[in-house]
Design a protein around this ligand. Structure first.
Ligand code: NAD
Length: 514
């Protein structure tokens, strides 16, 4: 399907409300810039208060009066599979959009991000068939009753996503919400909204969903996002983004007691146990850290290494990272693309300066790569700090860039304690040849996911989310699906005689009646 063109020949994307594409109120729009080149690649409508009202009203109407919440699960599953078929047909095009828009290396979007999003969509379609009825044991106090739980959709869901995995994030949000019969207003980040817009365009093109079930608004978080989360017509907010904004979302949800799920920041540890297979563990820990230039919530930004091989690991890590190719995300050989924006690079550079001030030793990187090809975009060298204290800000605050802190430990218990000494609790990886020991360590880590001898691998059947300030609730798996449902207890009484009811206590049966 062709993109719409604005007068200046840049693709122009409108808001999608109640089954129609429309301009934002007052015709306002913003530009989306390709991070690698600084070139504007699209302009996008900016939603104001009237647009947010219209989007929520459309989702409200589609939920309260439309067929979608009552559509049988197998039919919802069929529709989601059809949408997945469309994604599959256009997978490479989506990978290109994602790479240009987010500065994500094309190898990653082609072989991971879009296929992963597609796989997840199919799993959500499969999970849509899950019966909404849950049996309960028979209960005979005070009298015999048959009870069951009916899982029904929550209602209108405001879904807000960040820029770092736009396509997967959009699937994580839309998939479970739609498979359980909710209606949605989706708001992607203004920094990289394009693959989410394309997904909504495909949904629209499919003609399979009733009007108003999916709505899309675009615009800055501080305006469109805030208006959306505060809107009284919204029943649930599903947010992925920073812990800082997550706090605001919780506060905005409080007046109407909206349901909230939050997928927030992280400062995830990777722990190399003394018996780890170093060939795998070093590459794995580096993959955990430098994948998408460290702009990943579950990135393994703190690497704990036993003192017996600390120097060797650092030396080998430095040598390995020197081989990574920084460059144009559209080239297949590129390992590390630019950061999302110049502002983000400045923020990360601030942390590199802080690391030096705090006394950590810079083992590699710390600067901008040299050469004409790096001048147009916010490129930054992958950076490794050693001799980092776990209590330093470098090791405690989320940087969201390619900066690794390597931390020494003497005893395993000390490594676990330091790994847990964080306000975050999103994920962790443990590297060891001894699987039993690795699992014991995994159980002691206060994080929502622990990988043993791997990192970043997302399983759509498994719950994903954070302990502590990394979030509330879960996405993916049955647990993620349940976040989009309200459990309703339906009690069917089996006591035929009135005298047998608990009511006798308050309301005695008329004389002669049993
Ligand atoms: P962000 O919090 O700045 O923005 C996320 C989204 O919220 C964007 O769409 C933005 O427009 C919107 N927003 C901003 N302020 C808002 C407000 N006041 N009200 C409503 N919406 C608002 O995050 P980001 O910079 O886009 O993404 C990076 C962050 O996301 C990192 O902290 C990262 O750890 C986190 N993240 C978490 C996960 C996870 O699953 N836990 C996944 C990816 C990213």
């Amino acid at each position: 399907m062709a993109l719409e063109l604005s007068t200046n020949e840049q693709p122009y994307h409108r808001l999608y409300i109640n089954g129609a594409w429309r301009d934002g109120t007052g015709g306002r729009c913003f530009e989306v810039v390709e991070p690698a080149t600084g070139t504007p690649i699209a302009s996008v409508a900016s939603a104001g208060a009237a647009d947010v009202d219209a989007a929520v009203a459309a989702a409200r109407e589609a939920f309260d009066a439309g067929p979608w919440p009552h559509t049988p699960p197998h039919e919802r599953a069929r529709i989601l599979h059809r949408i997945a078929d469309m994604v599959e047909e256009r997978a490479f095009e989506l990978a290109e959009i994602e790479s240009r828009d987010g500065g994500v290396p094309i190898r990653k979007t082609t072989y991971n991000d879009i296929p992963l999003g597609l796989h997840m969509l199919r799993v959500f379609a499969e999970l849509a068939r899950r019966s909404p009825y849950e049996p309960l044991p028979w209960n005979d106090f005070p009298t015999l009753a048959w009870s069951f739980v009916w899982r029904e959709p929550v209602g209108v869901c405001a879904q807000i996503i960040p820029w770092n995995y736009t396509f997967c994030m959009a699937v994580w949000k839309l998939g479970p919400a739609l498979s359980t019969g909710n209606t949605v207003v989706l708001k992607p980040s203004s920094l990289a909204p394009l693959s989410a817009i394309e997904l909504v365009r495909m949904i629209d093109g499919s003609g399979l969903l009733p009007r108003g079930v999916v709505n899309l608004i675009t615009g800055p978080g501080a305006e469109a996002g805030e208006l959306l989360v505060a809107h009284p017509g919204v029943d649930k907010i599903a947010f992925t983004g920073s812990t800082e904004v997550g706090r605001k979302i919780m506060a905005a949800a409080a007046p109407h007691i909206k349901k909230v799920t939050l997928e927030l920041g992280g400062k995830s540890p990777s722990i190399l146990l003394p018996d780890a297979d170093l060939d795998k563990a070093i590459d794995g820990a580096l993959f955990g850290m430098f994948y998408h230039a460290g702009q990943v919530c579950e990135a393994g930004t703190r690497c704990f290494v036993h003192s017996s091989h600390y120097d060797e690991v650092v030396e080998r890590m430095v040598a390995r990272v020197r081989q990574l190719r920084i460059g144009d995300p559209m080239e297949l050989e590129t390992d590390i693309g630019p950061l999302i924006s110049f502002g983000q690079r400045e923020r990360v550079e601030g942390y590199i300066a802080l690391g030096r001030e705090e006394g950590a030793r810079l083992a590699l990187g710390g600067g901008r790569p040299h050469g004409a090809r790096y001048e147009q975009g916010p490129f930054l060298e992958p950076t490794i700090f050693t001799h980092v204290s776990n209590r330093s800000r470098l090791a405690q605050e989320e940087i969201f860039g390619p900066v690794l802190a390597v931390i020494r430990y003497e005893e395993l218990g000390e490594a676990v304690a330091m790994a847990n000494d964080s306000r975050y609790g999103l994920a962790a990886s443990v590297w060891s040849r001894d699987l039993q020991q690795a699992i014991e360590v995994a159980r002691r880590l206060r994080t929502g996911t622990v990988w043993v001898n791997d990192h970043h691998v997302l399983n759509p059947y498994a719950p994903f989310g954070g302990f502590k300030e990394s979030g509330i609730g879960r996405e993916m798996g049955v647990a993620g699906l349940m976040e989009y449902t309200e459990p309703k207890h339906i009690h069917v009484d089996f006591q035929q005689r009135r005298s047998g009811k608990l009511w006798w206590d308050a309301l005695l049966p008329p004389e002669g009646e049993e």
